[in-house]
Design a protein around this ligand. Structure first.
Ligand SMILES: Nc1ncnc2c1ncn2[C@@H]1O[C@H](COP(=O)(O)OP(=O)(O)OP(=O)(O)O)[C@@H](O)[C@H]1O
Ligand SMILES: [Mg+2]
Length: 361
């Protein structure tokens, strides 16, 4: 089908409407011509020529007036129709980008107004449904926390006092899995805080180098199949929310462990580096695991994106990187990565260095 804008379609329609007017004028001109021809034959040459000229000018004038009037009408109609339609299109795009509170205002008193009202009702419904989803997630996560804390507490206590290795293995599995559920609940709550505008950053001086070493030591205790290595600065002070920085590092190292299954008996290596660069502190986590295919890379920071959702052992919510990037950006930093499928990935984040902040401030 021919793709024409509404404006062009209206102008073409106006021209089509003009065609019969043109035919009519030609016809009347021909009649006038016949009359004058008869006069000519009767020998009244001057009178006939003058009349012919008059009727020609008159026809042209009428035609020009009709053309101008119908084109103006077409343009006015196009403007009248296009303005509300453009408004609807803009609002639909904004709604798609999450601006749920925007509403269209069309008061043309016709079908376009009805369309606008239907659009607003739909936006209201979407906003309400999302609000219910957020509330449900928050309440569910809070409600699940209390029984989970009890399960965690008892299983840790049972693990601590058990000597039989077989039973210890089972208790350890319960402790690990309840830790995992607790992490997932935290992720759900953080996302609902971010989306609801309730996510707060409490900054204090933090040394990212020693924090990275602490996180590495804690996480190394949970895996024998990976070797976590620290490289880089002894001190890397920044102004940041300590627990949020810890969450970002934990997520990056957790991903590096999860997506780099060891090949062979020796543990897979994961390198965590902390470097000062361009007035910032750059933390990087490098694995030599599965890597990320080029066509998937653009989606990695989107919420709920997972490359291997169905494969057992890779389970998560696909929220870790979305949250981490959000945290880093709220600290005035940046997060990025390099990856090649089958070769591994390096995830980086940078935070403005404290010296830099002080000299600026
Ligand atoms: N180091 C990595 N190597 C390969 N793929 C990765 C790596 N880190 C992330 N990914 C891919 O990006 C996806 C999103 O990661 P993200 O951390 O946001 O979610 P997740 O690890 O699946 O779940 P969780 O919410 O528990 O963190 C992962 O599912 C994985 O497919
Ligand atoms: Mg993750």
């Amino acid at each position: 089908m021919l793709r024409l804008s509404l404006r062009t379609k209206l102008i073409v329609s106006a021209l089509i409407v003009l065609m019969p007017v043109l035919v009519l004028l030609i016809q009347s001109y021909r009649t006038a011509y016949d009359i004058q021809r008869n006069q000519l034959l009767a020998g009244e040459v001057d009178v006939a020529l003058a009349q012919l000229q008059d009727s020609l000018w008159f026809s042209l004038l009428v035609f020009a007036i009709v053309v101008v009037m119908s084109l103006s009408l077409a343009l006015v109609l196009a403007r009248f129709l296009l303005k509300p339609l453009n408004q609807l299109a803009d609002h639909a795009v904004a709604l798609g980008h999450g601006e749920l509170q925007r509403r269209v205002r069309i008061s043309t008193g016709d079908e376009l107004q009805k369309l606008g009202e239907a659009f607003n009702a739909m936006a209201e419904e979407v906003q309400r449904a999302l609000q219910i989803r957020e509330e449900f997630l928050t309440v569910a996560a809070h409600e699940l926390r209390t029984p989970l804390t009890i399960i965690k507490g008892y299983s840790q206590w049972l693990l601590a006092k058990e000597e039989d290795e077989e039973k210890r293995k089972r208790f350890r599995a319960v402790v690990e899995q309840s830790n995992r559920i607790s992490e997932l609940l935290d992720e759900m709550l953080t996302v609902s805080e971010i989306r609801g505008g309730r996510f707060a950053v409490h900054k204090e001086p933090v040394d990212l180098a020693s924090l990275a070493r602490e996180v590495i030591n804690r996480m190394q205790l949970m895996t024998d199949s990976h070797r976590l290595i620290f490289r880089g600065e002894q001190r890397a002070p920044v102004e940041a929310d300590r627990s949020q920085m810890e969450a970002v590092m934990t997520n990056l190292i957790d991903n590096a462990i999860r997506y780099s299954p060891p090949e062979g008996p020796s543990p897979a290596k994961i390198e965590v580096a902390v470097a000062r660069r361009d007035g910032g502190v750059v933390v990087s986590v490098r694995d030599r695991g599965l890597g990320i295919a080029e066509d998937k890379q653009q989606h990695v920071f989107e919420p709920f994106f997972q490359i291997y959702p169905a494969i057992a052992g890779y389970g998560g919510l696909g929220l870790g990187l979305f949250i981490s990037k959000e945290i880093v950006e709220r600290h005035g930093g940046r997060m990025w990565f390099e990856s090649a499928e089958g070769e591994g990935s390096t995830f980086y984040f940078s935070i403005p260095a404290l010296d830099e902040l002080r000299s600026v401030g």
